[in-house]
Design a protein around this ligand. Structure first.
Ligand code: SF4
Ligand code: SF4
Length: 140
């Protein structure tokens, strides 16, 4: 399966919301496969992937959400690849994906450069978890 790098993070924080019923089904099914197996190979890419195929904005193998979407989504992918220490197109066993994300992107300061402008961040469980933890520490 081919998944763009920033979508791995979105899958970790996914809570059943998305651009269309088909998109939500694809995200939910992929998240379940990553969590429960059986293990399969994930090619981590910085271009449109198997999630984009189910998205109304994924057209002609590009993200057409907005004028800057191609560059912005690609930039987010490359940031995630870098933090995870992966080359684009590198394959990772599906059961290693979420543990690797939790290990490498484990603080608010690490997720902000990737997700700081995302319109879904107020409903993204992983983003909110890291932000809440950062806020709690600030109050101590
Ligand atoms: S905040 Fe947005 S880009 Fe970041 S993981 Fe969540 S849904 Fe994806
Ligand atoms: S087409 Fe764009 S908005 Fe849709 S899933 Fe892919 S990157 Fe996200």
């Amino acid at each position: 399966m081919k998944i763009r790098a920033h979508h791995l993070l979105c899958l970790l924080g996914f809570r059943g919301l998305g651009y269309s019923p088909e998109f939500v089904r694809r995200m939910a099914g992929t998240k379940k496969r990553l969590e429960k197996g059986p293990v399969f190979s994930v090619a981590v890419v910085d271009i449109c992937d198997d999630i984009c195929l189910a998205c109304p904005y994924g057209q002609e193998k590009e993200c057409r959400k907005g004028k800057l979407s191609v560059s912005r989504t690609g930039e987010a992918d490359r940031k995630v690849l870098k933090v995870l220490g992966l080359r684009k197109g590198e394959t990772v066993p599906s059961d290693k994906i979420f543990p690797l994300l939790r290990e490498k992107i484990n603080s608010f300061s690490k997720i902000i450069p990737i997700c700081g402008k995302c319109g879904w961040r107020e409903v993204c469980t992983y983003y909110l978890k890291l932000r809440d933890s950062w806020r709690t520490k600030r109050k101590m």
